[in-house]
Ligand binder design. Structure first.
Ligand SMILES: O=C([O-])CC(=O)C(=O)O
Ligand SMILES: [Mg+2]
Length: 288
């Protein structure tokens, strides 16, 4: 299986003794940059998928097909293992099974399924959770949908910031019992909360965003946290760069005087130009 080594790399992060920051990736160029800079893993968030594909905020308007297609583009562009935020699995537990099948064939190294009620329901001001029982059904369906046993499936709960830390632990333990490979938590606010989770569970932990006091890799590593997200600044920086460049051009700046453009060397690296040229010479013959 072509993607197995990517999945095994993610598994070795989860079974290792350190905690890593993933690179935030959302398209073919961003995954190549993350790979070239030596990130051990890419994180493809639902928020950045919505931004890159639709230009929308993170409100689950993106479809599974669009998400999987963007993942497929990244899988072709680079060999960096990618953890995909598969949100709620795009429907009920049967949809979760389908979501796993699609992301597996698109080359994801791993994916998260969360227990948030998505998209937001009628008249609901605050984010809601599905029941623990429905969450368990989704985790079972995700595992059932996996064809390649090396694909990593993570159970994710946002309960810490929606209901309580006790509820987050209860849910994590129930997801753990289904056989998922790791637990992903959002909304953890303190070391005490993290330590309560650590003593009540046994699987590797992934933290999606954490306050300053938690953000020390050595400390996190000692708490069984293997991956700690750092948000999605690269796509935000790209938005600002496009804005500045278009504004300068609109204001009359000559293209040769624009600031912040990549060197030709960087462009050549992110397009893997040397590789393309070598292949062109092989199959298209020498240029006349
Ligand atoms: O998983 C992540 O990267 C955090 C998240 O939910 C998102 O960005 O949609
Ligand atoms: Mg998300």
């Amino acid at each position: 299986m072509a993607f197995r080594s990517r999945r095994e790399k993610l598994r070795s992060i989860l079974s290792g003794g350190t905690c890593v920051h993933p690179g935030s990736v959302y398209d073919a160029i961003s995954i190549r940059i993350a790979e070239d800079l030596g990130f051990p893993l890419g994180m493809f968030g639902g928020s950045v998928a919505s931004l890159a594909v639709l230009g929308d905020p993170d409100i689950t308007l993106i479809t599974l097909t669009e998400l999987a297609e963007q993942m497929r583009r990244m899988s072709r562009a680079a060999a960096l293992p990618v953890l995909v935020d598969a949100d709620h699995g795009y429907g009920n537990a049967l949809n979760v099974r389908r979501t796993v099948q699609e992301l597996e064939t698109a080359g994801a190294a791993g994916l998260t399924i969360e227990d948030t009620l998505l998209p937001a329901g009628f008249g609901e001001a605050k984010t809601q959770l599905i029941s623990l029982e429905e969450g368990v059904g989704k985790m079972k369906a995700a595992l059932d949908g996996r064809g390649d046993p090396s694909l990593v499936i993570m159970g994710r709960t946002g309960a810490a910031s929606i209901t309580s830390i006790e509820d987050a632990i209860r849910r994590a333990r129930a997801y753990e019992a289904t056989g998922v490979d790791a637990l992903f938590f959002t909304g953890i606010k303190s070391r005490a909360e993290l330590e309560a989770i650590v003593s009540a569970t046994r699987l590797p932990i992934v933290l999606g965003g954490a306050p300053e006091e938690l953000n020390v890799l050595e400390y996190l590593a000692g708490q069984r946290v293997r991956i700690a997200l750092q948000g999605h600044a690269p796509i935000a920086a790209a938005t600002q760069a496009v804005y500045e460049t278009q504004k300068a051009l609109r204001d009359g700046t000559a293209p040769k005087n624009l600031k912040g453009l990549p060197s030709s060397d960087l462009t050549s690296r992110v397009t893997r130009e040397a590789d393309v040229k070598a292949r062109s010479a092989d199959v298209l013959g020498p240029k006349q």
